[in-house]
Design a protein around this ligand. Structure first.
Ligand code: APR
Ligand code: PHB
Length: 395
């Protein structure tokens, strides 16, 4: 017979969205079970982005999750944009009074896993074939397979934190769900290496040969990216070829500071903008990549996931613990107002900073004019800074 477990919130996916949600719910006295398709080692080993908005830093601090981040993270007060030979620093601190925290998503995921284990949180890995039953009245159920066994969870709400390819969004009726998408005609080839970063801050560069980004994980570990064809393969890129191409896309002064070394990881990610509306259906709530994707140019993917679960945990707390369902009923609209603005910023920065294969000379001139305007106008730079450190979370 199938065993039926009970919990208040069943969470699908142990990425940053699912893990942080289960932690925030625990702090609010709400029980949850997290179901993850992969193994713990797989989830902890994934290399992802590494820039936290200041609002994300504050949420993590308030949730008691910041001990290692505050010790090992790097606070950056600005970053640089380069356009061919032009260079422009966005002085985040000077323009908007805040910075960002450089701390890898991989590290944050490990911190979240550890905290959940310490607090006795229930995380079930390597589950298969999850299916959702979400009746209008009555309790939703999740069915899943583990070790050749079928199990069921009965709950009050389901959180779909299972990323872009997960099943939660796909379980919503087709006539309820509307999706918006833009797929970009290029990818990012990333390389991780244990060498000191080129400069103290991040540099995003647009060059005739394509976009390049100099980023970092710590003072001894760097992360670099170059724009590549969507159908390219990481195996086509020896470390030597990568370093040569990266330097070709940076001005001589920056290129001369790059410390090359063997790669620890190399992979290609496609670029996509995507939004699903609404982010809720009955007792099913989507959060993070399950609901929206941004191209990585603004470093917003992780931050959007953190913002969603901050709203969702508060809404569940108000509803379950205080009998006030309004915020939960408005979860989708509350999140989407901000999501669309963050989509806009990520799309805008991607548009200005990449070489688009179909761009004609007019489009190229527009990119250049945009960049020069940014350089001469403090207001334009401030608009970038305001978005980069993170828009306010409106609850
Ligand atoms: N059943 C169980 N787990 C699933 C299923 C499924 N059917 N499908 C996907 N998952 C798991 C994935 O294995 C993954 O661990 O859901 C998790 C989703 O995690 P992420 O992809 O990391 O997404 P999210 O938590 O929303 O984090 C936001 O920010 O920097 C960006 O895309 C980057 O991961 C990042 C994201
Ligand atoms: C990264 O360090 O991986 C990174 C930084 C900034 C971005 C995207 C990725 O915009």
């Amino acid at each position: 017979m199938t065993a039926i477990r009970k919990t208040q919130v069943a969470i699908i996916g142990a990425g940053p969205a699912g893990l942080l949600l289960s932690h925030l719910l625990f702090k609010a006295g709400i029980s949850s079970i997290v179901l993850e398709r992969q193994t713990r080692e797989h989830v902890e080993g994934r290399i992802r982005a590494g820039v936290l908005e200041w609002g994300s830093v504050e949420i993590l601090r308030e949730a008691g999750l910041s001990a290692r981040m505050d010790k090992q993270g790097l606070v950056h007060d600005g970053f640089e944009l380069a356009f061919h030979d032009l260079r422009h620093r966005i002085d985040l601190r000077g323009l908007v009074g805040k910075g960002v925290m450089i701390y890898g998503q991989t590290e944050l995921t490990k911190d979240l896993m550890e905290q959940r284990h310490e607090d006795g949180g229930e995380l079930i890995f390597s589950v298969g074939n999850i299916s959702i039953e979400n009746p209008e009245n009555g309790k939703p159920r999740l069915r899943y397979g583990i070790n050749d066994d079928q199990q069921e969870i009965e709950c009050d709400a389901i959180a779909g934190c299972d990323g872009f390819h997960g099943i939660a969004r796909q379980s919503m009726p087709k006539d309820v769900l509307k999706t918006y998408e833009r797929v970009y005609p290029f990818g990012w080839l990333g390389l991780l290496t244990d060498t000191p970063p080129a400069l103290e801050e991040l540099i995003y560069a647009n060059h005739d040969r394509g976009f390049a980004l100099c980023s970092m994980r710590s003072k001894t570990r760097s992360r670099y990216y170059i724009q590549c064809a969507v159908d390219d393969h990481a195996e086509n890129w020896s470390d030597e070829r990568f370093w040569k191409e990266l330097k070709n896309r940076l001005n001589a002064e920056i290129a001369s500071r790059i410390v090359t070394g063997p790669s620890i990881e190399k992979s290609i990610a496609p670029l996509r903008s995507f939004v699903a509306e609404p982010m809720q259906y009955r007792n099913l709530f989507l959060a993070g990549d399950a609901a929206h994707i941004v191209p990585p140019t603004g470093a917003k993917g992780l931050n959007l996931a953190i913002a969603d679960v901050a709203v969702l945990s508060k809404a569940l707390h108000e509803s379950f613990n205080k009998g006030k369902p309004t915020l939960l009923e408005r979860y989708s609209e509350t999140c989407l107002r901000r999501v669309w603005k963050v989509e806009r910023f990520s799309w805008y920065l991607s548009k200005v900073m990449h070489q688009f294969p179909d761009n004609d000379l007019f489009e190229k001139k527009m990119q250049q004019a945009e960049f020069e305007y940014m350089m001469q106008s403090e207001s334009a730079s401030r608009a970038i800074a305001e978005n980069y450190v993170g828009l306010a979370l409106e609850l």
